[in-house]
Ligand binder design. Structure first.
Ligand code: BT5
Length: 258
């Protein structure tokens, strides 16, 4: 078995048999004052959340559904940087437990062989009165398909999806995977608090699926934008280089590699 290290994340573990969404439950606990590092996991979610009201398919027993409460002293605009921590932690944990080679897709997917194996959803509670803008807490939601089988995926997925079992052929211990994930997240978060976003950003870019590639960004309601993927900036915004050399910053959207 793998022990959790003595860091911040995982100081309190709440494991639920079933819940609507671990993010929802963690948000509620955080509003009641639950401390930084509290982690909520569940065997299944009846209303697993993706972005923009999408559903995260969460069958019982198969996967990891996990939400971490953080209380960093940062400004609300810096909070999206934390998604990059959970992406890198998830990629490291996959590598360590399976030897598979995950790639990260901006802003919140982890892929294996082009197929989505994990999704990340951060939510925050913040004060934005314009005077003392600050964060009350951030919830890092992490869903990793560990032992899901092909027949358990819904038929109407937006992108191809997979699980570690499907890719690696071996059943994954959820307890072991969770310990690796939380230990890596703990290391990355300590580094983030000490040195900021710089180191995470470098590793994120090395692990990104779009380096030097041409991509299309679709951004709900607006026209698709096409350009050369030029990494992420110090805030975590996606940088897109146009043929005339100008670089556009993109804060949200879905990226497809051409
Ligand atoms: C995400 O949204 O990728 C964020 C998923 C976050 C899930 C975790 S689980 C623990 C915590 N508690 C929660 O309630 N949520 C977090 P998005 O980029 O919007 O992708 C959602 C889309 O992925 C869906 O519309 C489907 O097409 C597809 N999808 C749904 N379930 C999937 C699964 N299990 N594996 C792969 N793709 C899936």
């Amino acid at each position: 078995s793998v022990q959790l290290n003595s860091g911040l994340i995982g100081t309190r573990l709440v494991n639920l048999a079933t819940t609507t969404s671990t993010n929802f439950e963690a948000f509620r606990l955080a509003e009641e004052g639950a401390g930084e590092g509290t982690v909520v996991t569940a065997e299944e979610q009846s209303k697993g959340k993706g972005r923009l009201g999408r559903i995260w398919s969460s069958p019982p027993g198969a996967n990891l559904y996990c939400s971490v409460i953080l209380r960093p002293r940062i400004k609300p605009f810096e909070a999206p940087q934390l998604t990059f921590l959970s992406a890198v932690a998830t990629a490291r944990a996959i590598e360590q437990t399976t030897g598979l080679k995950p790639e990260i897709k901006w802003p919140n997917d982890v892929l294996i062989d082009g197929k989505k194996v994990a999704g990340l959803l951060n939510e925050m509670s913040a004060e934005t009165d314009g005077i003392n803008d600050g964060i009350n807490f951030v919830i890092l939601g992490i869903g990793v398909n560990l032992n899901m089988t092909a027949d358990q995926f819904p038929g109407d997925l937006r992108h191809p999806a997979t699980s570690l079992l499907i890719e690696g052929g071996a059943k994954i211990s959820r307890a072991r995977f969770t310990a690796f994930l939380l230990n890596e997240l703990d290391r990355l978060y300590a580094g983030f608090l000490d040195h900021g976003f710089v180191q995470v950003r470098r590793e994120w870019q090395e692990r990104c699926n779009a380096n030097g590639r041409e991509v299309v960004v679709s951004n709900h309601g607006r026209d698709d934008i096409r350009g050369l993927f030029a990494g992420i900036d110090g805030d975590g915004a996606l940088l897109l280089r146009h043929p005339d050399g100008t670089v556009e910053r993109i804060l949200s959207g879905d990226v497809r590699v051409l």
